[in-house]
Design a binder for this molecule. Structure first.
Ligand code: DX5
Ligand code: ZN
Length: 219
């Protein structure tokens, strides 16, 4: 299934060097890439903690990469402004917690930032359908979020097909992004089904030749 978008690899800084995030940003830039994926975890919605707006602000002053900020929070509505102030270019919010999702997407958009929804592997596609017209991007988790280095969940492939189909049928142009366990093999299963935006943490930072890894997954 074709996408109208250029394919993009967004390396996840989660697999980078947290004592020297600047060097991880440089490694992404040196590979010729334009996006970085920033995973924000609250210890409630997911069983892990990462970093917050202060760190994003520091990274912002060190890089012009496009900041793709993935909020894994129970109450993202309380934090989107702080992340936008810190320098997010795009903020994605999960559909599973109970908060005003449509209002939050609208607020992100009104602040001049790109926005989108995220679905966990077991969340049905229908949960995102009411919000699709407001989304620049739909992010499908291909692992249960919380940790890098997990195995890609093949059972999400059919949901990817659903979002590709809806994009065509509804005449929408959201990006379709996957996150979790993305490597050379799983990336090609995803792009064959219309995915145009690939998050990769472990596979990117472990690759011997990161330019070649990018060229291969976005071919
Ligand atoms: C998982 C995060 C991912 C993670 C991906 O909770 O949202 O972005 O960093 O890491 P890999 O590519 O190692 O699965
Ligand atoms: Zn992520």
């Amino acid at each position: 299934m074709q996408s109208i978008h250029e394919k993009i690899l967004a390396p996840s800084i989660l697999a980078g060097d947290h004592a020297d995030l600047k060097s991880s940003l440089r490694e992404i830039e040196a590979a010729g890439l334009s996006w970085v994926h920033l995973d924000i975890m609250d210890g409630h919605f997911v069983p892990n903690l990462t970093f917050g707006p202060q760190t994003i602000k520091a990274m912002r002053s060190a890089s012009n990469l496009f900041f793709d900020v993935h909020l894994m929070l129970d109450n993202p509505d309380k934090f989107v402004d702080a992340f936008i102030d810190a320098g997010a270019d795009q903020v994605t919010i999960h559909v599973e917690p109970d908060y005003p999702i449509a209002d939050t997407l609208k607020r992100i958009r009104e602040r001049g930032c790109k926005c989108g929804v995220v679905l966990n592997p077991d969340t049905p596609a229908e949960a995102a359908k009411p919000f699709l017209a407001e989304c620049d991007i739909v992010l499908l988790m291909t692992v249960q979020p919380g940790f890098g280095g997990q195995k890609f969940r093949e059972d999400v492939l059919s949901k990817i097909e659903t979002f590709s189909k809806w994009r065509n049928e509804l005449g929408l142009n959201y990006r379709l992004e996957v996150d979790g366990g993305v490597d050379l093999k799983s990336a090609s299963s995803c792009t064959a089904r219309g995915v145009d935006t690939l998050v990769a943490g472990s596979a990117f930072f472990k690759a011997d030749d990161r330019k070649l890894f990018n060229a291969t997954v976005t071919a």
